[in-house]
Write a protein that binds this ligand. Structure first.
Ligand code: URA
Length: 231
């Protein structure tokens, strides 16, 4: 591919900036300074900008510990969005949320610019269970477990069988759903007569929210974590 494509996909530099850097002799390919940014390179070439080696990277995969108060979106006219929380080094990849959490929901949110990965995470056909911790305004009851399991009728759709686990404090529950319809967990709880007063996603499939990740921060997924969704 062209050098300027390679670098604009792998660094925050625009093609215009890359042209200018090349003109100033700041870019080398396999140790030779190049002055034109339209030369052809491959992933096997050693490319340096300002003396720093650049590895080719097109896609980005991030785990965020989403705080309440942010929309799961890339832009909004009124409210802050999760992309606002990203460090600058990731913004040029233009990541978007793979699945959504409500504005007031916290926890595990994935962001990527890879459409295939987004599909693997969000498609209901992939049957990836998302696990949530919920605090309710009234205690959950044993009969609610059956209601969650039996494919709840939510008016506009019938939910796939879901799991409800009641903890020692019956106002605190874990809910697992294999799809991600709008307000799904809240609506399922409401159907059993309880309102969700706090909601946090703690896992997607086998991927747990990293307990070391502070609220509002991101970390890159490991190669194994990415592969687990793509298989
Ligand atoms: N279900 C909800 O009701 N809200 C979320 O944010 C996620 C799942």
């Amino acid at each position: 591919m062209r050098l300027d494509k390679f670098l604009s996909e792998s660094t925050p530099f625009s093609r215009k900036e890359i042209k200018s850097l090349a003109g100033k002799g700041k870019i080398s390919v396999n140790g030779t300074i190049i002055r034109k940014s339209d030369v052809q390179v491959t992933e096997n070439d050693t490319i340096e900008v300002n003396g720093e080696k650049i590895s080719y990277r097109k896609f980005i995969y991030l785990m965020m510990n989403k705080p309440a108060g942010y929309l799961s979106a890339t832009w909004d006219a009124k409210d802050p969005v999760v992309v606002d929380l990203l460090p600058d080094e990731y913004k040029h990849y233009e990541p978007f949320p793979a699945g959504r959490l409500d504005k007031d929901t916290e926890g595990l949110l994935l962001l990527t610019n890879d459409g295939q990965f987004d599909h693997a995470v969000t498609s209901p056909r992939k049957n990836v269970f998302k696990r949530y911790f919920a605090r309710l305004d009234h205690p959950a009851e044993q009969e609610d477990i059956k209601a969650f399991q039996s494919g709840m009728d939510l008016g506009d759709f019938i939910a796939k069988p879901a799991r409800l686990e009641i903890t020692e404090n019956p106002c605190e529950v874990f809910v697992e759903v294999a799809e991600g319809k709008f307000h799904q967990v809240k609506r399922m709880c409401e159907k059993t007569g309880k309102n969700v007063i706090y909601l946090k996603r703690i896992s997607i499939g086998d991927l747990q929210l990293d307990p070391e990740l502070p609220s509002g921060k991101v970390r890159e997924l490991t190669a194994e974590e990415i592969a687990a969704f793509m298989k």
